[in-house]
Design a protein. Sequence first.
Lengths: 192, 192
Amino acid sequence: MSTRDALLEVTARLFADHGWRGTTTRRIAEAAGVNEVTVFRTFGSKDALLMESIRVQSAAAMPDVLPAEPGDLRSELTAWGMAHHARLHERRSMIRTCLAEFEEHPELGPVACEGAEVTIADSIRYLGEARRRGLLGPEGSLEAATVMLMNAIFLDAITRDVVPGCAPVPAEDAVAGFVDLTLRALGAGVAA
Amino acid sequence: MSTRDALLEVTARLFADHGWRGTTTRRIAEAAGVNEVTVFRTFGSKDALLMESIRVQSAAAMPDVLPAEPGDLRSELTAWGMAHHARLHERRSMIRTCLAEFEEHPELGPVACEGAEVTIADSIRYLGEARRRGLLGPEGSLEAATVMLMNAIFLDAITRDVVPGCAPVPAEDAVAGFVDLTLRALGAGVAA
DNA sequence: CACGATTGCAAGTACCTGCTTGCATGATCC
DNA sequence: GGATCATGCAAGCAGGTACTTGCAATCGTG
């Protein structure tokens, strides 16, 4: 791996754990097994390295997509929710830090969450198709249901280790519960 | 206001905006209109001041409670959701910072979110009473519904200004939508 | 009035911060 | 084999960090 890639990788990890200020160029160099001067020769400044590191990290996360044609809603939504939850849980430190750091570095708002919109759109598309096929009842906002389900999964994934008392249920059960309620709200049982 | 209280107040604000490292004793003293030495004479150390400041700030937030006896579920839940959303939105900077800072200061995990559990319990109590009175259908987990609703409201409240693209709906509509889906999921319409 | 507590002020300590400079070393390429 | 390039190393800069010390001024209370 090139020096550049090594620096980007350790910087992302340090940033997730220690924030912008806590990620010092000395620590980055030491963690990458590289002289501190190399950091500045490669990226020019600490800020440039951090921005690039977060950008690369975010771009590498692939979105979770639902099947093109809805079949068994419960199993498909549950599998999708679990995968989404797992992906968010892996990146929870980075996400939490970005949320806080947004106060002082608003420029990383767009870069950090560009994937969410496409996932929301895909879920709405999926539920819309399901309704068209009669797998869902005619009532209940699909947009609100998508946002509510994704919000619930997102928050559980990034706060699970912080406040265990507030989420005593295992992650799988939590996701399954959210999916069950979403399907009930959209009249999945009634139509089937 | 005493010097001590002034320090606690500005420290909480600075912490919410700049994090633990970014909240320097110089800034605290300057913002409070006090000499820096007074900070150390009053609290001993920066860490002690920050912990006390966050503790006081969290303890001051009163929980939102639902009516003792459920009447009109939709209006009561919506009013409660709006109030809860507004309260979280006010404290969003502090909450986001605490979530990120938990990595380096795990000790503030319990102190920062002690209020959530009682609110969850109150909501479950309310929905249970509603079901007992036949205002809700017999199916659907009340615990999961409570957590899902609160998660959705919580995340919307603390990320609304960060990722406006992900939540283009006004807060009132978002909360109303979440409440509507929750009631649908628990069979409020059916039973009524 | 005197005493004690609170605070301000100036200075200083030891360490960390981002960043720079000058020079040596090794590999790579023509 | 010589030139170029990436990198390491040692040192240093100016400024910030938490925190301390000593001393003077203020103020309420006895």
